[in-house]
Design a protein around this ligand. Structure first.
Ligand SMILES: [Ca+2]
Ligand SMILES: [Ca+2]
Length: 536
């Protein structure tokens, strides 16, 4: 396509319909489906009109959007936009090109083309099968060409205005995962064993189950408990941030999106309402057991047992009693995820802390936005237990919910809930999975680059939520990119789609006439997919 505006001013995003089987079945507008039928993932074509022709990029759902021009972080889109339902992309019209002008029929006539051709817009009758209807139209000897009048939408990322600030969500491939699983309708509960969660935060209020406060006396001895895990907003700053990384609500036109935006959260408060307050092993044992639905003396039973327990906490100690409690909840099918620790520095690597280093616990280290280990992330030889770092996740400049708003925090505390959210999605996708299954799937799908991750601090590598759920995702430099070919009637171009950044190289198509249909073909691991995209 061409446009008279300066370069990039005519950028168009068109939704692709990579779906060979669905195309045959007439289910046009369906998201990308790989030929084995196991994977569904949308993609978009982005076109920039330039003087010498069209430059295109292919985007995946994991493409991180630019900050909206002129939209300050404090601004949110209008409420009606946030509340608007996702558009239906099913074509309801056909574009039919006739050899010559028919006597009657079309809803709208276009300018006659060379040789007396005329293209008309024909409505698909309500309830009709689109593919069959198009075939019938094409059978007419006067018809030269038929195609669906595809609908084009803006890339349907959630409307949350700070999503472009969530570098971590894109680094772990969460946006693509949301097309497959958000935890909606599942019974999965994630316990946030932390400093409490602000129950009034609008991003979290709909996610929270009744929790418990195991440190109600607000001393570092934590000898009293009560049923209110979120009464004091300043004390629960840390827990509110961790909770938002797991399950801040999506599509609400507000703030951020959690990794598992539709799972339910169980706030379990184990720290006092004081800056840098501490807790005890006895409190943690009670809290972990209660979160999993096990009886705890003097406390009513938890009617909503967690399948995932997030422990963004730790220290340089070992405890046989806490280790036993963790083994007990794990035996009930509960995935336990814990922070590796923030004690590392240029002078000291610092071993993985406890309980992250306990057997069966998924220990999580932190990455910087350049995907290298955060300098504070513990990675030293030995550990406060038998286990080292299992995975790494974004842990620097992570934006999430805090009392009265949103803020960026850094630490392995922030990396841990990325993994807890991913574990929750795996359990929502298949509730029968065991903690071993979840850990194996998370590690097998992690992105690992031996060129620089060959150190204990990275474990199996960077969490990839999309890959863990069975979506196409990079596992290392060798499969980080897939070849892409864009073909139009006038030109074709080949390039690579980077699955880590969610964007392709620019594909110069040369001069393409206005309204020329473009055909896009994507290959994945040697499999060529028939595909089609019509650009307005
Ligand atoms: Ca939100
Ligand atoms: Ca471990």
């Amino acid at each position: 396509m061409r446009c008279a505006e300066p370069p990039n001013a005519c950028a168009v995003r068109a939704r692709l319909t990579y779906d060979t089987t669905a195309l045959e079945a007439g289910a046009l507008g369906a998201p990308l489906t790989f030929t084995d039928g196991s994977v569904r993932l949308p993609g978009w074509l982005e076109l920039d009109a330039q003087d010498d022709g069209t430059v295109a990029r292919l985007l995946t759902a994991n493409h991180r959007p630019e900050a909206p021009a002129g939209l300050s972080p404090a601004q949110a889109p209008p409420a009606e936009l946030a509340a608007a339902p996702a558009p239906d992309l099913t074509p309801t019209e056909a574009l039919v090109t006739y050899r010559r002008s028919p006597a009657s029929g079309g809803l709208m006539t276009s300018a006659a083309g060379p040789g007396g051709e005329e293209t008309r817009l024909v409505e698909v009758p309500a309830g009709a099968d689109l593919a069959a209807f198009l075939e019938r139209l094409a059978d007419d000897p006067d018809v030269l060409h038929v195609e669906p009048n595809f609908r084009v939408s803006l890339a349907p990322l959630p409307s949350d205005p700070r999503l472009h600030d969530q570098w971590g969500a894109f680094a772990v491939g969460a946006p693509a995962a949301w097309h497959t699983e958000t935890g909606a309708g599942s019974a999965v509960v994630v316990a946030i064993v932390d400093s409490g969660v602000d129950p009034t935060h609008p991003e979290l209020a709909g996610r929270l189950l009744p929790g418990y406060d195991f440190c109600a006396d607000d001393t570092s001895d934590c000898r009293a408990s009560d049923p209110d895990p979120g009464a004091y907003a300043f004390g629960n700053w840390h827990g509110t941030h961790v909770a938002g990384i797991v399950a801040a609500s999506a599509g609400d036109g507000m703030g951020v999106v959690g990794v598992a935006p539709d799972v339910r959260l169980l706030p379990v408060k184990v720290f006092p309402d004081a800056p840098r307050g501490t807790t005890t092993v006895a409190t943690l044992v009670a809290a972990v057991r209660w979160a999993a639905g096990l009886p705890v003396a003097g406390v009513p039973d938890n009617p909503n047992p967690a399948r995932v327990i997030n422990l963004s906490l730790g220290g340089e100690f070992q405890s046989r009693l806490l280790e036993q409690a963790l083994a007990e909840v794990r035996a009930r099918g509960v995935v336990v995820v814990a922070a590796a620790g923030n004690a590392a520095s240029a002078e000291r690597a610092a071993p993985v802390e406890f309980p992250a280093a306990a057997p069966g616990v998924i220990a999580v280290g932190a990455l910087d936005p350049d995907l290298t280990l955060s300098p504070f992330s513990n990675h030293g030889a030995g550990a406060w237990g038998p286990d080292g770092v299992d995975l790494v996740a974004p842990g620097r400049h992570v934006i999430s919910t805090v009392p009265f708003g949103w803020a960026s925090l850094s630490g392995t505390s922030m990396a841990t809930p990325f993994v807890s959210g991913a574990a929750a999605l795996l359990l929502a996708q298949e509730p029968s999975r065991t903690p071993d299954d979840v850990e194996r799937l998370l590690k097998a799908s992690a992105y690992y680059d031996p060129a620089y991750m060959d150190r204990s601090g990275y474990g199996a590598g960077l969490l990839r939520v999309d890959g863990a759920l069975g979506l196409p995702a990079p596992t290392g430099p060798a499969d980080r990119t897939v070849p892409v070919q864009l073909i139009s009637p006038d030109a074709s171009a080949a390039g690579e789609l980077d699955l880590l950044t969610g964007t392709s190289t620019l594909l110069h198509l040369g001069a393409v006439e206005p309204a020329t249909p473009l055909l896009a073909t994507l290959q994945w691991r040697g499999v060529t997919l028939g595909a089609q995209a019509v650009v307005p």
